[in-house]
Design a protein around this ligand. Sequence first.
Ligand SMILES: C[S@@+](CC[C@H](N)C(=O)[O-])C[C@H]1O[C@@H](n2cnc3c(N)ncnc32)[C@H](O)[C@@H]1O
Length: 329
Amino acid sequence: MSAQLPACQLLERYHGERVELCPIAPPEDAWLIARSAIMVSDSIALRTAWQARDKRDQSPFDTRVDPSAGQVVLFWPKAHQLGVWWLDWLCQVLPEGTEVEIVGEHQGGIKRVPKFLEARNMRCDKLDNARRCTLYSTRTVKGADPEDVWTRFAALELELVSHPGVFGHGKLDEGTQLLLEQLESRLGRAPLEILDMGCGDGIITAWLARRGHRVTAVDVSAFAVTACRRTLEANGLDARIMESDVFSALDGERFDMIVSNPPFHQERELSYGPSARLIEQAPRHLNPRGQLLLVANAFLPYPDLLQSAFSSVETLADNRRFRVYQAER
Ligand SMILES: C[S@@+](CC[C@H](N)C(=O)[O-])C[C@H]1O[C@@H](n2cnc3c(N)ncnc32)[C@H](O)[C@@H]1O
């Protein structure tokens, strides 16, 4: 089996078949999974893909990574601030002087890595360059505290806690605002059982919890789940918060309402996969007369998906850029 993704093809070319890797924040690639001793990712969907092949996995919020388990390779993310967070995290969890490789695509900004390493007084050796990707090597140093990057901002009379890579980092999304304006007049008497699908920093969850509803918040990313938990704490609010790949952690559970500003990107690519699963599977997770309320960019092909999954679909708001849809079983 050969690597499929360019960054993995570069690793395969450089390391050959014998090396055992410890990929950090990797994409899904069968060759990489086979070569992994252990992996670390914030994404429960990716960790599940490694588990399915009997490979060990960790979240960055688990205890220490085991550096002896393989050559650590950080896959540089699109969000540079998040890449810098991973660097600081590796410097914190690995012994000083541990070799860390960093790989990424040129169009994903890997060539800026030497600058980030220099700013942290970390060495930078270029190991290889092919498939429009570059592989660097560095060594961990005593560095900045990864806790320092958590930020707080105010929106809708709530204090929101965020982290690089969490959606809308530091500001309220226009689509989310439109969704909440529609929700205000449509919510029944509290407490309703409401699912916030793809909770991000927890803006929708906190807004609903403040109005007395019982909210379950899920997100595929441990960064988002942790941000949501911290947002609720900052506002003295309570909700159930879980990592879940769409409905994967909610087997057999039903809600009065599912609310979502669903994802349509994976790194740089448009990807409707999770949103399509949300729409298709939502009816099975709604009580009788339950509703799905979602906001989406107007160009996204959700009306057709909604029409085939639900008996009634209405457009509640349309400001040309965003639309809010309400679908009922
Ligand atoms: C557009 S953001 C909305 C965030 C927040 N609800 C808001 O309105 O600001 C979509 C969220 O969906 C999450 N997400 C992406 N794929 C997912 C999946 N497969 N299952 C659950 N959540 C997912 C992302 O991590 C992100 O936090």
